[in-house]
Design a protein around this ligand. Sequence first.
Ligand SMILES: Nc1ncnc2c1ncn2[C@@H]1O[C@H](COP(=O)(O)OP(=O)(O)OP(=O)(O)O)[C@@H](O)[C@H]1O
Length: 300
Amino acid sequence: MTDTDTTAVGGASAAPPDPGEAVICRGLEYSFGHGKRGSARTKAVDGVDLTVHTGEVFGLLGPNGAGKTTMIRAITTLLPVPAGMAQVFGNDVARRRMEVRRMLGYVPQQLSADGGLTGRENVELFARVFDVPRGERGPRVAQALAAVDLTEAADRLAGTYSGGMVRRLELAQALVSAPRLLVLDEPTIGLDPIARTSVWECIDAVRQATGMTVLVTTHYMDEADQYCDRVGLMDRGKIRALGTAEQLKVQVSEQNPQLEHPTLDDVFRHFAGRDLGRGQESEGGFSDVRRTRRTASRVG
Ligand SMILES: Nc1ncnc2c1ncn2[C@@H]1O[C@H](COP(=O)(O)OP(=O)(O)OP(=O)(O)O)[C@@H](O)[C@H]1O
């Protein structure tokens, strides 16, 4: 079985790496805790095979604690890869960390904007950190802010932004280095439906304008259904199902004739054998984003 099948479970594949793919993981594992002297050992990622095609929006879905963030952190070189392998555009994440980092834009679950700086200053900071050439910084910062519809608010302190604006600012921060792969960890957690839509519309517009690949984690099935080209349903460290939302729904309805029009929630229940937890929804502001993100990263 390869991960291009509509369903897949963990286990290293013999398929050779393909530099034309955006992300390839084979038998990827990561455990927390050393397991010595009876201390707890958590296998957060348990032998995952995954391919993200160049130019697609791929959604990694699953409840709190499924292993999504750990996967993302391994792919973005923020965690070592003790077993298996991961590549970004043909570059092994363990051996070519700097090359991989240069291709990435990453919006972590934790707040990455500084409320004491203006929106523009925040994006400028990222442009400097990611080595955007000095002469290009001004236009690139302006372009990134425009892409997320923050031009008018650019010179206000980020601490005065609404929750949705903060997420869009963080998107601009990740976009300013013109990454080939944009990685977003729960970009819409804690937002109301209108703010969630505006974040997705920005992601969609940028993807269409640049052709960049997007890897996003979420536990909002409706968003994944609407905006992701393909999804991987993750639970307890493994990918339980993989394919387009439509393929997975058809598969579930064929196996459960009583479910005429299954949703992605039904798909998750079918493959994971349990329900998916729900997130909080409130538009909030800068401090709410900070609190929600902290809570989100603590739960699990
Ligand atoms: N720093 C850590 N130390 C120990 N265990 C951890 C650590 N980070 C995550 N874990 C555990 O690893 C497993 C996977 O966590 P992970 O954060 O990757 O899941 P997730 O799907 O991203 O969930 P969430 O959406 O809540 O972040 C969970 O059981 C979690 O408790």
